[in-house]
Design a protein around this ligand. Sequence first.
Ligand SMILES: [Zn+2]
Length: 498
Amino acid sequence: MKHLIWAVWTAVFFTAAHGQPVRVGVIEAVINTDRVLSLTVYRSADGERYVQLKDLSEMLGGSLSFNPKTKYTVMAAQGQNVYFYPDVDYLVYNTDRINLNAPILNAAGRMYVPESLLTMSEFLTPMSIETKLTADRSVLMVNYIDNVVLNYFIVRDEAEVQVEMRRPMYHEFAVDRGVVTLTFFGGRLAPKEYGIMDGILTRMTVQQVGGNAVLSLHPAVVDVDIRRSTAPGRVTVTVVRRSSSPPVACGISPSSAPDTVLGEELPPPAERPKVIVIDPGHGGRDPGAVGPSGTQEKHVNLAIAKKVRALLVSAGWTVYLTREDDTFVPLVERTAFANAKRADVFLSIHCNAAVKARSGEKGFEAYSLAEYATDPDAVAAERLENEAIRFEQPTKAQEKLQKLLWSLVLNEYMNDSSRLCGLIAREVVQRTDLKHRGVKQAGFYVLRGAQMPAVLLECGFISNPFEEARLMKPEFQMSIADGIASGIRQYHAACAGR
Ligand SMILES: [Zn+2]
């Protein structure tokens, strides 16, 4: 009998220590507000929560290799090497040790790591990754933070590309056969290819090469002046056409595929309808941001939108608003409406709010849609505006469609959108003394699926008492509206008949 009890006890103990972890649920990891990765959650016999190391590695964009001699697995992710040893309650991060709340498990050839790693800043911060787990532990927001931020303004005869370095880093500048290359050592910037349709630059690319961010600018013509200027934490490159070179026609970039233009009879510029859908952000049960004196963002957005409408109507545009009054419109329907109206431009009007109420943040920002937010402010604005999604319950089919549209149209309209942002921001800042916070990109839900250039404007900080007071004034709203309308007119004039 004694023997049997002992046998049972060892069996239980053995299972507890070395048994296969049991699947208990799933965490949906939303990466940069775009990609979703499902992480299966397991529970060990000790009651600790785990995820598989291979899933963690995929979420962090890492690669795994197993060393059969030493039995550890090394994960190389975002320039960091992390060593996982089975059955110990720590890991080795480059050369440092990080203690864990539970041991790393190895069962049936799979490695399991404590779920706590998903939110451990000690583990994630050196990789420039930020995460947030919802209270019910079902969704994990994963944001890759760039330490190099790109702002650019490109028109026919001039390009200004500004790179901000979020931490001190060495950079190199080179011009070879007309191509400008900037290398930021230790720089992190999401790789991207910008195909520019009608600017002085035909192409701009960002690559990650051996832990460095490399930016290449390809001018459209040979006859350009290239200048570089530096300031602490910032480098600016300007490419300006010398007056003798012939202008590049709008939309007929040498790199553009001709089959997208052929077979389509476009009306001459003069007859082209100018259709815009203006989207006053929020509305109805969704007030948007609320200022210290209680001003609700939705009312300011609508007032500015109506003023822009009046100005554009008098300039011969056909203007539709996504809402005429204080009603709730789901985000998905706003772009769907613009698509249905076959609008040339979609413009979403908002006011910003600082994360910390008394931080004194102020100024104007223009955003185009991108997969990744360009900097921490863009991440904050994206979160703020995407919050509106909690006021609605989109169906699975709507979400799927939205995702599909998003992947189809992203590259096609990205450059036009960011050009439009640049023009609007310049005009608004000229007419108001709003601080120019830059032309940025972020993953706003409201812009997703728009089959036309689409921008989101943050017309000042309603969280700042001074700007809140100004935003309520009709004259100030009018100055903003006038800047917006002027930017849109310039944009259309440059690209009519395309
Ligand atoms: Zn808003």
